[in-house]
Design a binder for this molecule. Structure first.
Ligand SMILES: Cc1ncc(COP(=O)(O)O)c(C=O)c1O
Length: 368
């Protein structure tokens, strides 16, 4: 395990040595932007570390309300609600939908926060092989008398590929099913305005399509959120235990979220620049003979048949001051994956150094 001794940017420090950091999910570098840090510090001084109360009792500050307003604006929605963890968002949403659904169908590589969030009242849970729409359709037929929710990640955490939400949604419409997309990795990254996977597929605001999102990745802050119609958000405020019985998101993190949104509003092309960079990096890595995928997201997986090879490469990279871990959680993939995560702040020199180091390993050891 890596023990960080400072902030996570495109470099990190371990035991006083600087490493190129190709891990984590600080895709737009927002966790280190001076504006974001300054806003968090100011709120920290004003409100302390924590309000120590739930939103419904005495834990709502003006900053929470401002953040929710800005998130709703960013998403082009009526309203938004923030809470203390992105991981909880899927549970919170499925809790709201539980009276409308009896079956949940998931992609086999769906994140654990979806699986663990499925309400106990659900009678059947089924999954289709990763991205296999034929199998999804056949499951929809199997459960045709039921009320179905299809739940999937937008960008998959390990492989960085994008769920075929256009096809999923079309199938859902045909079978009167609802769809939940966990956009933890896609918020701020996919779609013209960075509104995530639905926007990427022209499905922004589509009826029966729900999105759970987080500020902990592209936004560089922390905390989950759901944006939607008043009809969706008001009952969450009124009834959800996460709103009523869980301590509010610390105000400093809410302030960081606001500053991050403001920064992104002034720099609307940051995510498209990142995606262009990711596409070039993937092509260059594939040209070295590595197996990756061609999907343009900031997660660059290198696939290996054997976990030992992936680990050897990760160790080799670390010996050359590059951090890129092997990831095998929270879902089990068929192949071993070394995951490179790209940030807008990685310089050309860093990318050249990464590629030359990957080339060196390939020449001496690589077989993937
Ligand atoms: C797909 C996915 N969903 C949800 C989460 C949880 O979000 P958070 O870490 O903001 O709680 C993660 C976090 O890593 C994730 O990868």
């Amino acid at each position: 395990m890596i023990i960080l001794e400072g902030s996570v940017g495109s470099y990190i420090t371990i035991e006083r040595t600087s490493y190129h950091y190709f891990a984590g999910n600080n895709y737009l570098g927002m966790a280190n932007r001076p504006e974001v840090i300054a806003a968090a510090c100011e709120a920290l001084k004003k409100y302390g570390t924590n309000v120590a109360a739930s939103r419904r009792t005495t834990g709502t500050t003006d900053i929470h309300l401002q953040l929710e307003k800005q998130l709703a604006q960013f998403k082009g929605q009526d309203d938004a609600i923030v809470f203390a963890s992105g991981y909880l968002g899927n549970k919170l949403l499925m809790d709201q939908l539980k009276n409308e659904i009896t079956v949940v169908i998931t992609d086999s590589m769906t994140h654990s926060s979806i699986l663990e969030g499925i309400p106990p009242t659900i009678q059947e849970i089924a999954n289709y092989k990763h991205g296999n729409m034929k199998q999804l359709e056949s499951l929809l037929n199997d459960f045709k008398q039921q009320n179905i929710l299809i739940a999937t990640d937008g960008i998959f955490a390990l492989t960085g590929d994008i769920a075929p939400l256009d096809e999923i949604y079309a199938l859902a419409q045909k079978h009167q099913a609802l769809v939940l997309v966990d956009d933890a990795h896609a918020t701020g990254i996919l779609g013209k305005h960075g509104r995530g996977t639905p926007e990427h597929f022209g499905l922004h605001n589509a009826p029966g399509l729900f999105q759970s999102e987080t500020m902990s990745k592209a936004f560089g802050s922390y905390g989950g959120f759901v944006a939607g119609s008043h009809q969706l958000i008001s009952p969450i405020r009124e009834k959800s235990a996460f709103y009523g019985a869980s301590t509010a998101l610390p105000p400093a993190l809410a302030a960081a979220g606001i500053a991050s949104l403001q920064f992104l509003e002034k720099h609307p092309d940051l995510h498209s620049k990142l995606l262009a960079k990711a596409s070039q990096l993937k092509a260059a890595i594939a040209a070295l003979g590595y197996t990756t995928n061609e999907i343009t997201t900031p997660i660059v997986p290198l696939f290996f048949e054997h976990a030992t090879e992936a680990q050897q490469l990760s160790d080799f990279l670390k010996a050359n001051q590059i951090i890129a871990p092997v990831v095998n959680y929270p879902v089990k993939a068929d192949q071993a994956i070394l995951r490179l995560a790209l940030s807008i702040d990685h310089s050309e020199e860093q990318l050249d150094y990464l590629l030359s180091t990957l080339k060196k390993w390939k020449e001496h050891h690589g077989r993937n």
